[in-house]
Structure formats: C-alpha cells, structure tokens
Design a protein around this ligand. Structure first.
Ligand code: DQA
Length: 152
C-alpha cells in the first residue's frame, strides 16, 4: 500500500490546548485519527509525525524524497507551523527532495497577522489547503491520492 507522510512542525503537539479560538479543540491525536481514517478510504497508509525542530523536518523531507523515488510514497502533507514563514531551508528541502508536498494550515493564515501571509513553502508546494481546520489534512490526503492516481 502506498504511503503518505503527514509532517507537523513546531507547537502542533499543543493542538487542543493552544489558542483554541484559532486552532480549535482537536488534538494532534485527533488529526492522526482523521488522517488514518481518510487513508483507509483512499487505500493509502498514513505515517504522521511531529517535530519542534527544523532540521528534523528537513531530514524527514529528504527521507520522503528517497521513498518517492523508490515508489513506496506518493507525497507529503506538511503543516510546518511558523517555519512556513521563516524557513528558506525547508523551501530548499522541498525543492531538492522532488516529492509532491501539500502545504496545510489549520487557520486561514491570510486573514491573520501580516507576518503569516508570506510562505516560503507555497512556491514549491504541489498544492495548498488553508483555513479548513483539521479537515484540511483530509483534503490534502485526497488531493495527493488523486494526483497519484492521475499519474502526475
Ligand atoms: C499554522 C499557521 C502558522 O502561522 C502557525 O505558526 C502555526 C499553525 C496553522 O496550521 O494554521 O503554528 O501552520
């Protein structure tokens, strides 16, 4: 069964208690359950990970690139948290790894502070899902599965 890697960046381990008015009441375990259930309907395995460390996320994207080339992985769903707005290194990792990456944000970053309205990931992303709460992860998984089925 093909795999999709779902990567979560800094502070997303705090989902459920962190600014619930912005990010909702769902926890990262809820996100995991949603992704696994969505994966079952799509016929893909979901490997969900979270790290507060930029370099760890970069290593995982490199790993995803190798798995994509090996044909075992069809893409990455990436909520890079605040690294979205700061990390040229993550931009380079996505570009260099050559794996389709869908950028996800729980909140509508474009309706928030100006510093959240620039993303270093959007120019290298295969797609972007913003502002649908945790449902955005399910939408991103569907997008990647459909993209793979279409052979792109
Ligand atoms: C976020 C939006 C980012 O601006 C923020 O730093 C996060 C979460 C989101 O999912 O809405 O940590 O990526």
């Amino acid at each position: 069964m093909p795999t999709i890697l779902v990567l979560n960046g800094p502070n997303l381990n705090l989902l459920g208690t962190r600014e619930p008015a912005v990010y909702g009441a769902h926890t990262l375990d809820d996100v995991r359950a949603l992704c696994e259930a969505t994966g079952r309907t799509l016929g893909v395995a979901v490997d969900l990970r979270q790290s507060n460390h930029e370099g760890v996320l970069i290593d995982w994207i490199h790993e995803a690139g190798a798995a994509f080339r090996a044909g075992t992985l069809i893409g990455v769903v990436l909520n890079a948290g605040a690294y979205t707005h700061t990390s040229i290194a993550l931009h380079d990792a996505v570009k260099g790894a050559g794996v389709p990456v869908v950028e996800v944000h729980i909140s509508n970053v474009h309706a928030r502070e100006p510093f959240r309205q620039h993303s270093w990931l959007s120019p290298v992303a295969a797609g972007i899902v913003v502002g649908f709460g945790i449902d955005g992860y399910a939408l991103a998984l569907q997008g990647l599965a459909r993209r793979a089925a279409a052979g792109s």
